[in-house]
Design a protein around this ligand. Sequence first.
Ligand SMILES: N[C@@H](CCC(=O)N[C@@H](CS)C(=O)NCC(=O)O)C(=O)O
Length: 206
Amino acid sequence: MIKLYSFPPSANPYKVRLFLEMLGLEYQSETVNLLEGEHKTPAFLAINPFGQVPVLIDGEVTVADAQACLIYLGRKYGREEWLPTDPVGAAQVGEWMSRAANEIHNGPWLTRFATMRPGRVDIPMEVLHERCHGILGVMDLRLAKQNWLALDDRPTIADVAIFAIVSLLGDAKIATSQYPNVEAWLARFGALPGTVALDGTPLSDK
Ligand SMILES: N[C@@H](CCC(=O)N[C@@H](CS)C(=O)NCC(=O)O)C(=O)O
C-alpha cells in the first residue's frame, strides 16, 4: 500500500493527501511531527535528505516534494487526465506547478506559516501580504478567461497543488473576496469528486 509521510496541519502534505483521496487510492499515513523535530532525525533524513514532508513511498519507489508526488500519482494512477502529454498542455501544467513551488509557496504558503508560527519568518507581514495579492491578482485574471489554472477544459495536478494552499488562506487572514474568479475556481474545485479539507472532512458530495 502507498505510504505518505505527512504532518497533518502542514499544507504541502495536504496537496498529496487531497490528490490521493480524489483518485480514490488507499494509503497509509505516517505522521512526522515537525514540532518535535522528527523531520531532522537521521532516520527521516535517510528517507528525504531535505528533511521535509511530504514523502510518498509506493513499493520500491520513493518520491519527495509535493509537486513531484502529484506528477508521480497523476501519471501512474490518473494517466492523461490530470497530466497531459501534448507539448502545450504539458508546458501549461509545468508553468503552474512552478508557480505552486515559487509564487504560491513564497506568498500564500509562507504567509500562513508566518501567521500560525509568529517569529519564525524574517520577512515583514506587509511584504508577505503583497506577495499574496500579487499572485491572487494574476490567478484572477487567468481564471476570468478559463475554468482551470493550466487548461480550460479540465482540472490538472496544477489545480490540486494550488488549491491546497490557496484554500487555506483564511489561516493567513487573507480574504479572497476581491478575487471573484479565484473564489469561483475554489468552489468549482471543491465540488470535484473526492475532495477533502485539510482535516480530512469531505468537501464534495460526489
Ligand atoms: N518543496 C517542498 C517543500 C516542502 C515543505 O516545505 N514542507 C514543510 C511542511 S509544509 C516542511 O517539511 N518543513 C520543514 C522544514 O523545511 O524544515 C514540497 O513542495 O514538498
